[in-house]
Write a protein that binds this ligand. Structure first.
Ligand code: HEC
Ligand code: HEC
Length: 384
């Protein structure tokens, strides 16, 4: 092999290796958004604003539907939502148990029925204080974004301005006698992507709001039990039966202590529980758009930065027919009974096939390169 050929072969192998690397990185790293609006769209997606603020398709919103039916609809979540035509247009029913059913407001830029006439400052202050433009203290089911970094909040507002305005009048939610949101010091910039603990904490506390459902409430005051932060146990009851939020602290027996990273990620990105069954109620479709780095940060925080809390949560007791009925269109849902082990194999296979594609790409490049070299050989040997 001549020196020149050697150099070319080495170069080709290098290109092939780069291909292998590329095939593994699918998600875009955080904070490299094209512009502020793209950043805001990302925040809105992972925060799941649409999980509450996007209404269901008309077929699920017939007036004759009882509150009982509406509860069933919440099982469909994303598939039942009219994401195409009424993104963020409000009117999704939220069943608050004894407090009744309320309908979320329209947050599209429609001037009459949405927030088109609101100033940026009014939107920001609503998200930070829980007091809306009319001076009304909002129901705490609307999460507090008081600790969202200024740059993320500004991006979020910029994005809300770009959403299609949809005219949709929604019943006003009655005034509540809730205590004010706690004041939180918000950073100007979110923590950097490579600071896994800080980034994970920021995402979970200030944006994803896992604690809204995974922290149990005091049965008399309904205030969240801060001593049991993320320790699970809040029940969600409906025609599907009853599900209790999982203890997310790293306790070996009652929490995620014995879970693998892949198992936690599978819940968030595919909606598949550790036992292989489908997630019932959690808006995982929105967490599925987390970038790979942000997903790592979230899982890292859950596994390494929380104190284990011993809080035993009852097993879910659900109507399997209803679970089967939900078709959220993932590969996993074709076999709701698949065991966790099977699912893991699937994950591995996916990782393998990425690698295999990279290797095939590399081999192809080397082979094609070799053929090109062979064909060119007579002229190149004349040159040397
Ligand atoms: C868990 C459900 C839920 C989620 C998630 C949620 N909201 Fe809300 N939001 C509500 C409800 C309910 C209200 C009405 C509260 C009230 O008026 O008492 C509301 C009110 C609002 C308002 C005030 C609208 C008005 O007309 O008064 C804005 C703005 C808003 N939300 C924006 C957002 C944004 C942006 C996100 C995501 C970052 C978000 N919401 C996530 C349920 C939710
Ligand atoms: C709207 C309420 C809600 C929010 C917000 C929420 N969860 Fe859940 N989560 C649930 C419920 C309910 C369950 C019980 C299982 C089910 O729904 O099938 C659950 C179950 C889980 C499980 C266990 C699944 C299993 O195999 O048993 C994990 C892990 C989890 N959630 C993580 C998270 C993380 C991380 C976040 C924040 C990114 C989050 N959840 C936000 C409601 C929620």
């Amino acid at each position: 092999m001549t020196k020149k050929t050697l150099i070319i072969v080495v170069a080709l192998i290098t290109i092939g290796t780069v291909f292998i690397g590329m095939s593994e990185v699918e998600a875009r790293p955080p904070h490299q958004f094209d512009d502020q609006v793209a950043q805001g769209e990302y925040i809105a997606n992972i925060a799941g604003c649409a999980s509450c603020h996007t209404p269901y398709e008309d077929q699920y919103m017939q007036p004759e539907l009882s509150p009982e039916d509406l509860r069933t609809v919440s099982l469909f979540e994303a598939v039942a939502q009219d994401r195409e035509n009424r993104w963020l247009a409000g009117g999704r029913p939220l069943d608050l148990g004894p407090q009744g059913v309320i309908f979320t407001p329209n947050i599209t830029p429609d001037e009459e029925t949405g927030i088109g006439e609101w100033t940026d400052e009014e939107i920001k202050s609503t998200l930070k204080t829980g007091i809306n433009r009319d001076g009304k203290r909002m129901h705490p089911i609307m999460p507090s974004y008081a600790g969202m970094a200024d740059s993320d909040l500004e991006a979020l507002v910029a994005y809300l301005r770009t959403v299609d305005p949809v005219s949709n009048s929604v019943e006003e939610i009655p005034e509540t006698q809730m205590p004010p949101w706690p004041e939180v010091e918000a950073p100007a910039e979110p923590p950097a992507a490579d600071d896994l603990s800080a980034r994970g904490q920021y995402l979970i506390h200030e944006i994803l709001k896992c604690g809204e459902c995974h922290t149990p409430l005091d049965p008399t005051t309904f205030a969240p039990r801060i001593d049991l932060f993320l320790a699970g146990g809040q029940p969600f009851e409906g025609p599907w039966g009853i599900v209790y939020t999982r203890n997310l602290t790293p306790h070996d027996e009652t929490g995620l202590g014995e879970w693998t990273e892949a198992e936690i990620k599978r819940v968030l990105t595919q909606g598949v529980r550790r036992d292989g069954r489908r997630i019932v109620l959690m808006p995982w479709e929105y967490y599925a758009s987390l970038t790979a780095d942000d997903l790592d940060a979230v899982v890292h925080f859950l596994m390494n930065d929380l104190e284990p809390v011993d809080n035993s949560v009852p097993e879910l007791d659900v109507n399997d027919v209803l679970i089967e009925f939900v078709d959220i269109g993932t590969d996993a849902d074709t076999d709701a009974a698949a065991t966790a082990d099977d699912e893991d194999d699937e994950d591995d296979e996916e990782g393998l096939s990425n690698l295999a594609m990279g290797v095939i790409a590399a081999v192809l490049i080397v082979v094609i390169g070799g053929v090109v070299l062979l064909v060119r050989r007579p002229s190149s040997s004349k040159e040397s």
